[in-house]
Design a protein around this ligand. Structure first.
Ligand code: FAD
Length: 383
């Protein structure tokens, strides 16, 4: 499969592929065992320009848009999902919230350092009792003169313990609820009262850190308010439009890897005197996975194109996330089945891919929430 990419994007994809194969893949077992992505990989991604790949050049980024970000995501995920998620929490939902919601001054102030990987971002929306329903959040921000005072706790925050700057969503007017009552803030992690809590032990993507964050009388200046007072929910959702698209690219990379391993295994493993790939049952699984991969790739890059052309892509991004995460689950499941008992062994890579894939139907909005988003839009704007 090939896409009609510009020469620049082809160079970027090849660079990401090379980095991923030479630097990420060899470290993947260590990252999984130690539950940690080495800082040197982040620094190398910064030097290669990946950290700001979707940040416009005027703000110090590479200006390669969401298409560029998806290409890098796809390639890195092929080698290790945890590295790609660590990368995405910064380059996608971390930096993109500043791009989507920031004033020109805030973009000039924060994005060049984010593009250079000197300032790592994270996105803090979820709370213990507010996941699918973020409007139920309890974190509050109260204005005192030129400052805001934040109190509350977020959970499940990817990169929360390594980020320098967290985009935190807080209630500023409880009466108004999600629309008008939530405001976004850029909170430096060094601010007094900001603390990192429990790290989750996860089924998959174990190298990626996911932690709770607590805010106790955290004081930040009004210049750290992202967007207008009450615009937080809009910024959170616009950032997720981009995040869900990039997550589609994650799913595509992981699915490609599972499928490639399955094709190799089907050719090499024998039963009843022939390779298992000669049995129709295995052929049908391979055909279904290849077909779904083609659909995933088409959705990811068409949606990225819509975003880069500044067209509406919110529904398409939810559809991409929904379809790609569910197709990935089917593809990794087939990969395990094709590998037979070896598919269940931790010695074979498909076992890890199977575990890594499962959460994609949950984070950045569950499949159920994506269906709600899509159906609402279909009913409002038509098919
Ligand atoms: C590994 C990992 C990393 C994460 N990283 C981040 C991060 O960086 N930043 C961040 O802010 N959050 C992050 N999250 C949180 C994630 O986005 C939430 O877990 C997710 O949105 C689901 O929320 P919940 O876990 O509270 O599930 P719940 O909202 O409790 O949902 C439970 C079940 O009920 C269903 N459900 C809920 N409401 C409805 C409805 N109206 N109709 C039908 N079904 C419904 C859900 O689909 C789900 O099946 C992360 C989560 C994980 C697991």
């Amino acid at each position: 499969m090939d896409l009609r990419l510009s020469d620049e994007l082809i160079l970027l994809r090849d660079l990401a592929r090379d980095f991923s194969e030479k630097r990420v893949r060899p470290l993947a077992p260590q990252i999984e065992a130690e539950h940690h992505v080495p800082r040197e990989l982040i620094d190398e991604m910064s030097e290669l320009g990946f950290m700001g790949v979707a940040i416009p050049e005027e703000y110090g980024g590479s200006g390669m848009g969401e298409t560029g970000l998806c290409l890098v995501m796809e390639e890195i995920t092929r080698a290790d999902f945890a590295v790609a998620v660590t990368y995405g929490a910064h380059a996608s939902i971390g930096a993109m919230s500043v791009l989507v919601g920031g004033t020109p001054e805030q973009k000039q102030r924060f994005l060049p350092d984010m593009a250079a990987g000197k300032l790592l971002g994270c996105y803090a929306l979820t709370e213990a009792d507010a996941g699918s329903d973020p409007a139920a959040m309890r974190t509050v921000a109260v204005r005192e003169g030129d400052e805001w005072v934040l109190n509350g706790e977020k959970v499940w925050i990817t990169n929360g313990d390594m980020a320098d700057l967290a985009t935190v969503y807080a209630i500023t007017d409880r009466e108004k609820g999600a629309r008008g009552g939530v405001t976004a803030f850029l909170v430096p992690s060094k601010t007094k009262g900001f603390s990192v809590g429990k790290r989750e032990e996860k089924m998959g993507q174990r190298g990626s850190s996911t932690v709770a964050l607590a805010f106790e009388d955290v004081r930040i200046g009004d210049d750290h308010r992202l967007g207008g007072v009450g615009d937080g929910f809009k910024i959170a959702m616009a950032t997720l439009d981009r995040g869900r698209l990039a997550l589609g690219a994650n799913c595509l990379g992981c699915a490609r890897e599972a499928h490639a391993l399955s094709v190799d295994y089907a050719k090499q493993r024998k039963s009843f005197g022939k390779s298992i790939g000669e049995h129709q049952a295995i052929q049908w699984m391979l055909a279904d996975s290849a077909t779904e991969l083609f659909a995933m790739e088409s959705m990811v890059y068409r949606t990225a194109w819509l975003c880069d052309e500044e067209q509406s892509f919110s529904r398409e991004s939810a559809m991409t996330k929904l379809f790609c995460s569910e197709a990935l689950d089917r593809i990794v499941d087939r990969a395990v089945q094709i590998h037979g008992g070896m598919g269940y062994s931790a010695e074979y890579p498909v076992e890890k891919l199977y575990r890594d894939a499962r959460v994609t139907r949950i984070y950045e909005g569950t499949s159920e929430i994506q269906r709600i988003v899509i159906a609402r839009d279909v009913l409002r704007r038509g098919s």
